[in-house]
Ligand binder design. Structure first.
Ligand SMILES: C[S@@+](CC[C@H](N)C(=O)[O-])C[C@H]1O[C@@H](n2cnc3c(N)ncnc32)[C@H](O)[C@@H]1O
Length: 229
């Protein structure tokens, strides 16, 4: 078996872990944010990137909708969510604030995932705590690049997760996923730039990092799909 084939098997193993119980636990302990938490995230995000009324915004790896819900507070935004776990999708759809979100069931880091959306569909693609679970981050960024309109923004929110952050059924994933325990703010922008994004900013999430609920320091990368020359 070559590396690509085993990656496909490992991805399937990870997707299967977000069953009804894991998804519910995730939603209870991580995916449901207080108003204070949402305010902090939204302030950090809007300081780094403009999300405007009328924008089409895709939340990749939306889970039970934590980031989708934060963005639903920006008036007039058309929200889309991509998520491979059926159980997570059900939890997201059950939230009244997210009733209007257009959901697609699926992942983002296989070449075949490209077909989920047409070229140039979105003004912004956002993700929170997803890039550290991707088996093929470069393919994911290539897919996002295609799905973004020229001038559109990719927003990656992640944390400084260590090997010891992967416990229980997740522990075996730490050496299967390339960015599982990434300790540098330089890695994600480097990968994004290498597939054609122009990196706008790489910064700590100062408001979110002050929250008592934030155990792992968060940072955010904002990058643009350049306009054609
Ligand atoms: C830690 S949760 C984060 C959920 C949500 N973004 C949040 O902020 O609470 C990671 C999510 O990414 C999803 N995911 C994992 N691999 C993915 C992939 N290859 N493509 C898209 N989503 C993926 C998982 O199913 C899970 O819902």
């Amino acid at each position: 078996m070559n590396w690509n084939q085993s990656r496909e098997l490992l991805r399937g193993r990870l997707f299967a872990k977000y069953d009804a119980k894991e998804a519910k636990d995730y939603d209870t302990f991580v995916g449901t944010l207080t108003t204070e938490d949402e305010n902090a995230y939204l302030t950090d995000i809007l300081e780094a990137v403009s999300i405007l009324p009328g924008n089409d915004v895709l939340d990749v790896g939306a889970g039970s909708g934590a980031l989708t819900k934060i963005l639903s507070r920006v008036d007039g935004v058309s929200l889309h969510a991509l998520e491979p776990s059926v159980a997570m999708c059900e939890l997201l759809k059950a939230k009244p604030a997210l009733a209007g979100v257009k959901m697609v069931l699926g992942g983002c880091d296989r070449k075949s995932d490209r077909d989920h959306f047409a070229v140039s569909s979105f003004d912004a693609i956002v993700s929170r705590q997803v890039v550290n679970s991707l088996f093929d981050p470069l393919v994911a960024f290539q897919n996002w690049f295609e799905w973004l309109k020229p001038g559109g923004k990719a927003v990656v929110i992640d944390g400084i997760y260590g090997r010891d952050g992967w416990t229980g059924i997740w522990a075996e994933e730490v050496d299967a996923i390339p960015l599982s325990a990434c300790q540098s703010l330089a890695t994600i922008p480097y990968l994004m730039e290498s597939i054609g994004f122009q990196v706008d900013s790489v910064r700590w999430m100062n408001r979110a990092n002050q929250l008592t609920s934030t155990r792992t320091k968060r940072y955010m990368v904002v990058a643009t799909k350049p306009l054609p020359t």
